[in-house]
Every structure is written in structure tokens, then in C-alpha cells.
Design a protein around this ligand. Structure first.
Ligand code: HEM
Length: 397
């Protein structure tokens, strides 16, 4: 199933998914009531056929005041044409040119974080807390125009919404109740910043959204808060996990590490292979808008349908030797960023941040290895595929 840094529970999940892909690639999970999709081709169908598979999951989510305000501008949870209108307001600001222009600042932030480790004289670090998380959270805060000093709050909220309460939290009363305090806090925080921007002439993404129009009208405060919450939550935990997952893969594959040291041009392809092999997000959810035949099953209209991003990346009918981490694969068409109209808006930014962070480490250290005398702490792999704490020993040049 792969290298030594795969926790026991994930190993069991991978074995189960492998047998599911052979015997029942689309299957109903009786406990959760969701239809699970394990094969790559079926996964592509669910992700891209927006007519039969909707992103509006409100039918499964308990009616909760907190959630209503928070989801108003969340275009990930909308279908076209509204999704397209709302997404275009942000995507205009996220052009390749804009993302490219962030490179020098990202390099600077990475350098400052590595300098801090040097100044503290440490040669063992927690890669998550020392670099992988502070880098993207600083970048997304600056892009949005929020105070970087509040980054501990952003991490707390992302943890509460994405990992701490389980991947199904949004679909149960108890889960939503557990998330509600964080949602309320984030909502109030973002609302106060939107109001501040309305009253000032400070530049930035929030300012652009305050001035933006859709349907011939300005966005209201709650819509802007929904936009910001989406970017804030989607924009850092996933990216830091992509980075730490890359380090897990390289540590398991010293040959690949040697190759990228010798030829940095291999890094972009290597990172796509990391996303195939260790997708940070574990499920991609949709609602069937009609009865659908898929993988030999009939999925009834109104069902919750979830693509296992972990399983589709290991589909042997799509990828040769899927359990082998191979940085020389041709055209890695993974689903870790989704596919189709909801394809991840932040993918170019995430790829660039991780590439820059990895290059900064290769420049500065002769070697970095995961120690054997301190355990890695993983998230529960049924919720999120990454580490909470990743010890790393540094060999300084
Ligand atoms: C959408 C994953 C980084 C913002 C998505 C989707 C996936 C994903 C799977 C598709 C959701 C769907 O089809 O329903 C990831 C991963 C990342 C990452 C693995 C890092 C490695 C980012 C960053 C940002 C971001 C850095 C913000 C700057 C978004 C937004 C959407 C999205 C706004 C919704 C797009 C839409 O519905 O049209 N992401 N993401 N993501 N992502 Fe990312």
C-alpha cells in the first residue's frame, strides 16, 4: 500500500478501497446513507457532470442560523449560473499574473520562517508549525487584507470546520452544534473587517469585493463574509498538508529526493504525484439531481454521492502500479483539486507556495529527514489525509 509513513488506519482504508474498486466500485454506505464512489472514471463523472451532480448540499445540512449567514457567499456550494457569477468576482482577482506576482513575497516569508529556526539554533523542527502552516496562512491573510497576527484564529477555525469535528460534521445536528461557536466567531470577525473596509479606502481583495457588482447590485455584507470564509478555510490547511505530504513522500523515497536535488525542474511533476498519492481532502461531495446509473448501481435522485479522492488516486485501471510513488509518470490527472466548473480556484497558488517552500529548504539544508525516535501525529485519515505534527531533523549546510 506504500511507504512507512502511512498510518495503520489509512493502510486498512486503502486495502478496503482496493477491494471495493474490484467488487463494488459504487456502493451505498448504510451507516451514513451516502453513495461512495471509488473508481477514477466514475469519480470524474461525479465531479464534472454538474447537471446530474449538484454542489448544493443544503438538503443534508441541518437548518442552523449560524450556517445560513456563513454560506450565503460560499460559491463552492452553489450551482451555475449563480456559481459562475459569484466565482468570477473572485477569479478576476486570482489571475495567473496576480498569483505569479506573489512569488517574491512568498519567497520572503519562507526565508523569514527558516531564518527564525536558524536564529533559535534548532536542528529539529515541527514542519507543520514552523513552516508548512505559517507560510500559506500568512499569504492568504495578506492577499485578503486580514491581520497576519490573527493567524492562530484562522488555524483554529479551519481545524474546527475541516478536521476536528469529523468529515461528516456538516451533516448532523451534533456536528453543526460543535462547529457553531467557531463559525459564529469567524463570522463576526470577518463582518467587522468588511465593515471597516466599507468605511475606508484601503486596497485589497475585501475592498474589491465591497465594490464588486453581480446582477446589477452590490454584494451584501453576508455574501462577502461567505466569500472570505471560503478562501480563508480552503486556502491554508490544504496547502500546508500538500507540503508536508510531499516531505512524507520524499522521506519514503530517497531516490526521488536525490533526483529533485539534482534537477529542480522535476519538482512540479513530483508535486502532482504527491497529490495523486496523498490527496489532502478525502471526499468530494455532490447531490444526485435525478436517478443516475453509475458503476452498475442505480443512485436515487436526492442521494448524497461522495467520491473517495484517496481511492481514485490509487485506481489501478487508471494508474500503473498505483501504490508506487513515481515522479516520472506521464500526465498525472489526479482529482485532488477536483475537476470541472468547481476546479480549485487556489490550485496555482497552492502549487507555487509548495514549490517555493521546498526549494527554500533544498537551498538551505544539505539534508532533512523524519526522525525515527519521535512519532508523527496524523489527522484521523477518515477526515483528512495529513499530519498535525511532523518532526524533521535538519542538516544545515
Ligand atoms: C475548490 C482542493 C488550495 C480555494 C477545491 C476543490 C478541491 C480543492 C478538491 C473542488 C471542490 C468541488 O469540486 O466541490 C484543494 C487542495 C488545495 C487547495 C488539495 C491545496 C493543496 C486552495 C487555496 C485556495 C483554494 C490555496 C484559495 C486561495 C478554493 C475555492 C474553491 C476550491 C474558492 C471553490 C471553487 C468553486 O467551487 O468554483 N479545492 N484546494 N483552494 N478551492 Fe481549493
Amino acid at each position: 500500500m506504500g511507504g512507512p509513513h502511512i498510518p495503520e488506519k489509512m493502510r486498512d482504508m486503502l486495502a478496503l478501497y482496493q477491494s471495493k474498486r474490484q467488487s463494488e466500485p459504487v456502493s451505498l454506505d448504510e451507516t451514513s446513507g451516502r453513495w461512495q464512489v471509488f473508481g477514477y472514471r466514475d469519480g470524474v463523472t461525479v465531479a464534472t457532470d454538474a447537471k446530474r451532480f449538484s454542489n448544493d448540499l443544503s438538503a443534508f445540512i441541518p437548518d442552523h442560523e449560524e450556517l445560513k449567514t456563513f454560506t450565503k457567499g460560499n460559491f463552492q456550494a452553489m450551482d451555475d449560473p449563480r456559481h459562475r457569477q459569484m466565482r468570477s468576482l473572485v477569479s478576476q482577482g486570482f489571475t495567473p499574473k496576480f498569483v505569479q506576482g506573489l512569488a517574491p513575497r512568498i519567497e520572503q516569508v519562507a526565508t523569514e520562517l527558516l531564518d527564525r529556526i536558524r536564529d533559535q539554533g534548532r536542528d529539529r523542527i515541527d514542519l507543520v508549525g514552523d513552516l508548512a502552516h505559517p507560510l500559506p496562512v500568512t499569504v492568504i491573510a495578506e492577499v485578503m487584507g486580514l491581520p497576519v497576527a490573527d493567524r492562530h484564529l484562522f488555524r483554529k477555525w479551519a481545524d474546527a470546520l475541516l478536521v476536528d469535528n469529523g468529515v461528516d460534521a456538516l451533516f448532523s445536528e451534533e456536528g453543526v452544534a460543535a462547529m457553531a461557536p467557531s463559525i459564529r466567531e469567524m463570522n463576526q470577525y470577518l463582518l467587522s473587517h468588511v465593515r471597516e473596509y466599507r468605511a475606508s479606502d484601503k486596497a485589497g481583495l475585501i475592498r474589491a469585493l465591497v465594490a464588486a457588482e453581480t446582477d446589477g447590485r452590490r454584494l451584501d455584507d453576508q455574501e462577502i463574509v461567505g466569500f472570505l470564509a471560503l478562501l480563508l478555510i480552503a486556502g491554508h490547511l490544504t496547502t500546508s498538508t500538500m507540503f508536508t505530504n510531499a516531505i512524507l513522500c520524499l522521506d519514503e523515497n530517497p531516490g526521488a529526493m536525490k533526483e529533485i536535488r539534482a534537477d529542480r525542474g522535476l519538482i512540479p511533476d513530483m508535486l502532482e504525484e504527491v497529490l495523486r498519492y496523498r490527496s489532502p481532502l478525502v471526499w468530494l461531495d455532490r447531490r444526485a439531481t435525478e436517478d443516475v446509473e453509475l458503476g452498475g448501481k442505480r443512485i436515487p435522485e436526492g442521494s448524497l454521492v461522495s467520491v473517495s479522492l484517496v481511492s481514485v488516486g490509487r485506481d489501478e485501471s487508471e494508474f500503473k502500479d498505483p501504490d508506487t510513488f513515481d515522479i516520472h509518470r506521464e500526465q498525472i490527472r489526479h482529482l485532488a483539486f477536483g475537476m470541472g466548473i468547481h476546479f480549485c480556484l487556489g490550485a496555482p497558488l497552492a502549487r507555487m507556495e509548495v514549490r517555493i517552500a521546498l526549494n527554500a529548504m533544498l537551498d538551505r539544508y544539505d539534508d532533512f529527514r523524519i526522525p525515527t525516535d519521535e512519532p508523527i501525529v496524523f489527522h484521523d485519515p477518515k477526515d483528512f489525509n495529513g499530519t498535525k505534527y511532523l518532526p524533521l531533523d535538519l542538516v544545515v549546510r
